[in-house]
Design a protein around this ligand. Structure first.
Ligand code: OAK
Length: 832
């Protein structure tokens, strides 16, 4: 071999400081095409990312090869969203070469932080569901599980949020503008995906009735692969994202007509499919383009899965033993009809055999019970866009209802609830029912949520299939959410208990005994204070507001939604403000209320709540009579990177949804793991967090899900009575309604006041207000005693081990997927 190539080949893999430095310089010149003197921070980011990527490629191929050689059962995680965030620190940290990289950059006169900051966030998701998918990818790779992510390579991720005059304004998020160094384009991995057209019936070779989908429009799905680096770098899995490409024959047809401009227009239109992520978190608007996105990525993924399977097999009997397909909510649920179509129409399987294989292959995770979020596509739309799938759905439904009819004993109401078609009003396909019926396992994401699934939306299905629903409480990856986001605390932990916790978070329980160690408490506080300083600087940069590092950092970060009750927090803020003004001589515990979160662009109430927070902030922050004891900040553009700065700095974690409405929450887990005390309702995973951290180390308040249910069943309550009996609530609401925070437009908040009063207060903000204030007071009192507060904070960190997504993914692997770790064989130099 040419000696030069050989030395470069070794260079690509070397992990020491000199090797990294040489390879940075080489990449900068030969791939980024810049001279070190002219290079921008972004150039350096691309350089470093490409050099790091070099170091995973061999192991990535080894991993893929071992899966292939062992013909291992794979799990395919189909998700319309992957909220990944930045990858540079993640890759370096998982490869164990963070320090080496920092030193190499140092020798080049560069700051690692600047280089890291030049990376845009991969924000291919809205919130909880998308971030969970990203945590699962990390956990699968870190545990050697053969897991693939499949989704869409959106050209525009979740919009960038800015505040203009206190209002949310959305800007396009152009994360691909300067290229994406992590991905590998695979122009040869292309699958056709069809839309529209019609179905033709014909007789097959043995005279059986068969169907084909004809006269359809075609789009191509092209693959982009991103390596998913597991902790320790042993396993490198694949995230495959699809991008829409126009077909060539599509264009040629128009060229022959001479309609050149039309051809180009059509090309742009068909490539719009993967242009933009829909910005609605957990609410569905029923747009045709969204349905097409769902089918587009699902169909391409299934074609790819079958192609891979057929490399080793000639019949489909073994598919369920070689592939587990997890549906991340109902967004890919059309895949059930699609797999049936592929097996029956394209591979000529008998219906019943195809159905058995399909059901044994799919499993479905539900992420919300909110009625507006349960997907139900108009039958007429599916008939038009996916005519063959509509027939298949009817057929699945007919066979199921026929079998059930006998047992239902004339209970037609029950049958119509079980039907895949909602016949009330415009006929619609209930995607949840389709997902349930076409899966062998269905799960909720916290113990409470799974129980509520059984009692509410899926009650009839649960009766019909009592073994199908099971619980898989969510988790979070300790690599990103403790090791990387919180170096101060993670280094402290490692000095005391070793680094085993990084890949086995249950080991963090060894910190429990340290809660009583006064020296450890001091060090724990020091780490928290360092993070709070970092956040204070960030707040100053982002909002211009100076906050007291020694105030309670009371944090509510999540999507803006009425059920998450940011309003409850705002009302408490106003009440506290009034108390501080009324009692200026009392020595108050200073409080900084930190909010962050995006509202869906069409969700007017959520946007009005954003404006209210900003208006309240303006009044409170500039009122000298509260002596800086209270500050309110709403940080713009909450995303994964912002979360990594905010979460490690939190003292108090707001998890205050109306009980029964938050399926799980995962921010609650990140905050508690980083030593924040939770103030929360018994909702979602808060219930399990209380069990793990202990009732003395969490502030629980408010109605339970059962009480909420009973109250609603009994016809609700009159918020006016509650308000009248609570002077501080009344005063806060009066201030909002008379324009104390909106002197320029005194009626601005009428819709909010209306919703909380005559509107019936659907989310029970007023009903929970008094108890919330009691819990807030208890938190403030505790904060006066730093030793006791720190003791509880440490116990939170120490008791959160169970909430690792490694544990969650293992439960899926054992109880749903039946997949097992594979240990790739690598030759050459390894990672630590
Ligand atoms: C998004 C779109 C449609 C349906 C649900 C969602 C969603 O993000 N749900 C959230 O999923 C998280 C992960 O399971 C949960 O922790 C949140 O409670 C839930 O709201």
């Amino acid at each position: 071999m040419d000696a030069r190539f050989k030395s470069r080949d070794i260079e690509r893999r070397s992990l020491d400081v000199d090797g990294l430095k040489r390879s940075f310089l080489e990449w900068l010149v030969y791939s980024v095409g810049k001279d070190a003197r002219a290079a921008t921070r972004r150039d350096w980011f691309h350089t470093v990312a490409l050099a790091v990527r070099d170091r995973v490629v061999d192991r990535w191929m080894d991993t893929t090869r071992s899966y292939y050689q062992e013909d291992a059962k794979r799990v395919y995680y189909l998700s319309l969203e992957f909220l990944i965030g930045r990858l540079l620190t993640n890759s370096l940290s998982n490869l164990g070469i963070m320090d080496e990289c920092r030193q190499a950059l140092d020798r080049l006169g560069l700051s690692m932080d600047d280089v890291v900051d030049a990376e845009p966030d991969a924000a291919l998701g809205n919130g909880g569901l998308g971030r969970l998918a990203a945590c699962f990818l990390d956990s699968m790779a870190s545990q050697g599980l053969p897991g693939y992510g499949y989704g869409i390579r959106y050209e525009f991720g979740l919009f960038e949020q800015r505040f203009e005059n206190g209002w949310q304004v959305e800007y396009p998020e152009q994360w691909l503008q300067f290229g994406n160094p992590w991905e590998f384009a695979r122009p040869e991995v292309l699958y056709p995906v069809q839309f529209y057209g019609r179905v033709e019936e014909f007789r097959d070779s043995v005279g059986e009735r068969a169907y084909r989908w004809v006269d359809a429009d075609r789009v191509l799905a092209m693959a982009y692969d991103t390596p998913v680096v597991g902790f320790g770098g042993e396993t490198i899995n694949t995230l495959r994202l699809w991008s829409a490409r126009a077909t060539r024959d599509f264009n040629f047809g128009h060229f022959n007509d001479g309609a050149y401009m039309k051809a180009v227009e059509q090309k742009i239109l068909s490539e719009n499919l993967s242009r933009v992520l829909y910005p609605n978190d957990a609410t569905e608007t029923g747009k045709e383009l969204r349905l097409k996105q769902e089918y587009f990525f699902t169909s391409a993924s299934l074609q790819d899965i079958l192609r891979r399977y057929l490399q080793h097999h000639s019949t489909f009997d073994n598919l369920p033993n070689k592939a587990a397909i997890q549906l991340n909510d109902t967004h890919p649920a059309i895949g059930i009809a699609e797999l049936m179509r592929l097996l029956v129409d394209q591979h000529a399987l008998r219906w019943d055999d195809a159905w058995e294989i399909t059901r044994a292959t799919f499993a479905y995770t539900n992420h919300t019970l909110l009625p507006e979020a349960l997907e139900a596509w108009p039958v007429r739309m599916i008939e038009r866009v996916l005519p063959r799938h509509m027939q298949i759905i009817y057929e699945i439904n007919a066979k199921f209802l026929n079998r059930t009819k006998a047992k239902a004993e004339g209970d037609n109401a029950r049958l119509s609830r079980l039907s895949l078609i909602d016949e009330r009003g415009e006929r619609r396909v209930r995607m949840g029912n389709l997902a349930f019926l076409g899966s062998h396992r269905v799960n909720g994401v916290s113990a409470l949520h799974t129980e509520l699934m059984k009692q509410t939306v899926f009650a009839d299905f649960h009766q019909e299939f009592p073994d199908r629903i099971n619980n898989k409480t969510n988790g979070i990856t300790p690599r990103r959410w403790l090791k990387q986001a919180n170096p101060a605390l993670s280094e402290l932990i490692t000095t005391r208990i070793g680094e085993g916790w990084i890949s086995d978070l249950s080991q963090i329980a060894a910190l429990r005994e340290k809660a009583d160690d006064v020296v450890f408490r001091e060090e724990f506080r020091r780490a928290k204070r360092k993070n709070k300083k970092r956040l204070a600087a960030y707040i100053a940069r982002q909002t211009g507001e100076e906050v007291l590092v020694d105030s309670i950092f009371d944090v509510q970060v999540k999507r803006m939604h009425e059920y998450k009750r940011q309003l409850l927090n705002v009302l408490h803020t106003i009440a506290l403000y009034n108390e501080m003004r009324d009692n200026p001589t009392v020595s108050w515990v200073p409080v900084t209320k930190v909010f962050a979160g995006k509202a869906a662009p069409s969700y007017h109430m959520a946007k009005l709540i954003i404006k209210l927070i900003n208006d309240v902030a303006k009044v409170v922050n500039h009122d000298p009579s509260v002596h800086d004891n209270l500050k309110v900040v709403l940080l713009p553009n909450y995303n994964v990177t912002a979360a990594e700065i905010i979460i490690p700095a939190a003292d108090l974690s707001e998890q205050i949804s109306t009980a029964g409405m938050e399926a799980s929450g995962t921010g609650n887990m990140k905050l508690a793991l980083n030593g924040a005390l939770t103030i929360g309702t018994l909702d979602g995973a808060n219930v399990e967090i209380r069990e793990h951290v202990g009732p003395d180390n969490i502030f629980i308040f408010g109605m339970t899900a059962e009480e909420v249910n009973d109250l609603r069943a009994s016809g609700g309550f009159n918020p006016r009575d509650v308000i009248a009996s609570n002077p501080s609530l009344k005063r806060a609401l009066d201030m909002i309604s008379t324009g104390a925070f909106s002197p320029d437009d005194r009626n601005r908040y009428h819709p909010i006041v209306q919703a909380l009063t005559d509107g019936g207060d659907h989310f029970l903000v007023t009903a929970d207000f008094a108890d919330y204030c009691r819990a807030q007071d208890a938190a403030m009192q505790l904060y006066r005693d730093p030793e006791e507060w720190t003791r509880k904070a440490i116990l939170n960190t120490a008791n959160m081990g169970w909430f690792s997504s490694d544990r969650t993914v293992n439960e899926y692997a054992q109880e749903i997927w039946d997949v097992h770790p594979v240990h790739p064989s690598h030759d050459g130099e390894g990672f630590r």
